[in-house]
Design a protein around this ligand. Structure first.
Ligand code: PLP
Length: 409
């Protein structure tokens, strides 16, 4: 029952909820950093399924692990331990430098788990009034009612009723504002080491260390949302490893299983008893198939030196983007990021969607972040040559834009 592109598009448009703005082509397969649509057109993938496809597409290690596990055991639910999950728990904790983990199916669920664990930790110590959650403006933590309440951007909660109680926001990077906001009713502080969706905005130097000391002082948990920055993306296995500022809770997802849905909430021994038997759970979390995929991803990251690779390729990418800023000063404002999470900020007046369309017409897929940032989050296996190809396409799109602007003025 093979369908042609037109039929596939007609079915998708008729039956999918209209939550996404999707262009008129259908992706069919991938290999490395390349994707192909149902009409055979090829694309260079420099968005990595939004920082997810850590090993690129159809990586032999991931293919073999998923196929072998699917043939053995897919799912048992958490009534019982399963073999790949037991192995993964140790491996992930070791690499992340944390002690314990609760597996989820998405980043949002890891954040939701962090909300519940932090509140319940205080409850178990007889401090049931400590419910306050402080997050940062312009943050992104997910879209469930709890996670979306932490997401510091009103456009994400409009129309959904009141956010969950006892949540507030302060400006990202503003330590003094955080210091004023925290008190003996604060259960936890949520922060991204780099605001990803918000526009690839790294925390200012010393901010995370300051938050660590502040949370210790007021007795609040420090939660790092590393859903976008983790799993080698920034050139360290977790972004917090760069500065050695350890959180109490760590949310991970995206690249963890290379595209097979999985997330993780990690913590240290101190908080291990906050969620006792029955307090939290999920049917699919940590199932054998996703765990085998994650094991293959972690093993490949280690075996192929992908942390160092991401760091080196990221430096190359950032330097190339900085050159675009120098070359196209009327349209490009700044290049920033770390490792393979980089952004090029465009002038406010530039139509970002038009830039993405221009890149796609040249066979390059990237995504936007914030209101005016072109974000690169390619597979960790990307080469300098592939990055150069993407930057050359962006160069051409920006050159066209600059010319149009000159003609106008
Ligand atoms: C920092 C951060 N937190 C949470 C999420 C939500 O993760 P998911 O879409 O897997 O639920 C995202 C997704 O983009 C993210 O970037």
């Amino acid at each position: 029952m093979a369908k042609n592109t037109e039929e596939l598009l007609a079915g998708a448009k008729k039956h999918l909820l209209k939550t996404y703005r999707q262009p008129d082509f259908v992706l069919a397969r991938g290999e490395g950093c390349r994707l192909w649509d149902t009409d055979g057109r090829q694309y260079l993938d420099l968005y990595g399924g939004i920082a997810v496809s850590a090993l690129g597409h159809a990586h032999p290690a991931l293919v073999a692990a998923v196929a072998a596990q699917a043939a053995k055991l897919v799912h048992t639910a958490n009534y019982f331990y399963n073999e790949p999950n037991a192995q993964l728990a140790s491996r992930l904790c070791e690499m992340a430098k944390m002690d314990r983990v609760f597996f989820t199916n998405s980043g949002t669920e890891a954040v939701e788990g962090a909300i519940k664990l932090s509140r319940r930790f205080h409850f178990a110590r007889g401090d049931a009034q400590r419910l306050g959650l402080v997050a940062t403006l312009n943050a992104f933590h997910g879209r469930s009612m709890g996670a979306v309440s932490l997401t510091g951007q009103p456009k994400y909660w409009e129309g959904f009723g009141a956010p969950i109680a006892d949540v507030s926001h302060v400006a990202y990077g503003d330590f003094a504002a955080m210091e004023r906001r925290l008190n003996d009713r604060t259960a936890a502080v949520f922060v991204e080491p780099i605001q990803g969706e918000g526009g690839v905005l790294p925390a200012p130097p010393g901010y995370l260390a300051g938050l660590r000391a502040l949370c210790d002082r007021v007795g609040a948990l420090l939660v790092f949302d590393e859903i976008q920055t983790g799993i080698a993306r920034t050139g360290a296995f977790m972004a917090w490893h760069h500065e050695g500022v350890q959180p109490d809770l760590l949310c991970s997802a995206k690249g963890i299983a290379g595209g097979v849905p999985m997330g993780a909430l990690l913590t240290t021994e101190k908080f291990a008893d906050a969620l006792p038997v029955g307090a939290h759970g999920t049917t699919f979390g940590g199932n054998a198939l996703a765990s085998a995929a994650a094991l293959a991803v972690l093993e490949t990251i280690e075996r192929d030196g992908l942390i160092a690779h991401a760091k080196a390729r990221g430096e190359h990418l950032l330097a190339s983007l900085a050159k675009l800023v120098a070359k196209h000063p009327t349209v490009a404002v700044a290049a920033r990021g770390r490792g393979l999470l980089c952004g090029l900020e465009l002038e406010k007046s530039v139509d970002v969607r038009g830039v993405l369309d221009g890149l796609r017409a040249r066979g390059v897929l990237v995504s936007s972040a914030g209101t005016s940032v072109i974000r690169f989050a390619p597979p960790l296996i990307v080469s300098d040559g592939e990055l150069d190809e993407g930057v050359a396409a962006l160069d051409a799109v920006l050159a066209d834009l600059s010319t149009k602007l000159e003609v106008k003025s």
